[in-house]
Design a protein around this ligand. Structure first.
Ligand SMILES: Nc1ncnc2c1ncn2[C@@H]1O[C@H](COP(=O)(O)OP(=O)(O)O)[C@@H](O)[C@H]1O
Ligand SMILES: [Mg+2]
Length: 260
């Protein structure tokens, strides 16, 4: 088991015995990463029965931590928590500004993060609703996004393709392109950060994650982002020795029909 998880478990035990959580003893928080505001948001989610125990970190990224949440029916949820202190506000502003769905003029960091989380929720909803292989979004609470846990029934998360090579790369690449095409033509989104870190390998099927920066097709930077995504995914395919040209990728996703 991941040493971070073991640490979190130990911490959880300590906290349980010390009964340090006073606001809501239903929720057991096994981490130090949270500021007061984030804790309050977690309590709120717990009160609404979205989550009961937070246990184990899956990932500590540049801007967000992803944790495993356990609900009282013993099912798992993924809990993505944006850290207010280390978020890249310049980037957030850049991506949000041109999005016709958001009218954010605020320079307030908290508000910007809320919009960012909301954007990820809506993008996921759009993807999931259009049958793209992506986690189902559950709810948001300010800087926290709850989403379907991708993993097994014991709570082991599926790994990014980067860490778990597909058994059959050709076949896996086909599945990725199939999903990418749906993301673009059905959900009408450009991912914007497509790499094997943001595609999970769940039982040899790709699951596309991390759509906070994804933009709608009529966003002014959509084409630029898509071109970058195509180059990146081509590189990833090459690395796993799948021979496909950039032109073939573009043909497959019907690139010519995307921007009118
Ligand atoms: N729904 C999920 N189920 C299981 N693991 C997840 C889920 N969402 C994210 N993860 C894990 O957390 C990592 C970081 O999540 P991601 O959304 O890509 O955030 P970041 O912005 O930090 O890159 C992923 O690479 C993956 O390992
Ligand atoms: Mg990511």
């Amino acid at each position: 088991m991941n040493s971070k998880i073991v640490k979190a478990d130990l911490k959880l035990e300590k906290m349980e015995s010390a009964k340090r959580i006073k606001n809501n003893d239903e929720l057991k928080v096994a981490s130090e990463i949270f500021d007061k505001q984030t804790l309050e948001n977690l309590y709120k989610l717990s009160k609404q029965s979205y989550l009961d125990i937070l246990n184990g970190t899956i990932s500590t990224g540049k801007e967000a931590n992803v944790l495993i949440g356990i609900k009282n029916d013993s099912t798992f949820v993924a809990v993505k928590i944006y850290r207010i202190s280390t978020s890249d506000f310049k980037k957030m502003q850049y991506y949000i500004q041109g999005d016709p769905r958001f009218n954010v003029r605020s320079h307030n960091k908290r508000q910007l993060i809320n919009s960012w989380v909301n954007k990820e929720f809506r993008n996921l909803n759009r993807a999931y609703g259009n049958k793209v292989s992506a986690p189902k979004p559950i709810t948001t609470e300010n800087n926290i996004l709850l989403l379907e846990f991708i993993g097994d029934f014991d709570g082991n998360p599926s790994q990014p393709v980067r860490n778990q090579n597909p058994e059959n790369p050709e076949d896996f690449a086909d599945k990725i392109l199939f999903e990418l095409k749906k993301l673009i033509h059905d959900a009408k989104l450009v991912h914007g950060d497509l790499s094997f870190f943001n595609i999970l390998n769940k039982d040899e099927y790709p699951v596309i994650i991390d759509v906070s920066q994804s933009v709608v097709l009529d966003h002014p930077i959509a084409r630029e982002l898509l071109d970058r995504d195509v180059l990146n995914i081509h590189k990833e395919f090459n690395k796993m020795k799948v021979k496909i040209s950039i032109d073939d990728i573009k043909k497959y996703i019907k690139y010519d029909k995307i921007f009118k």
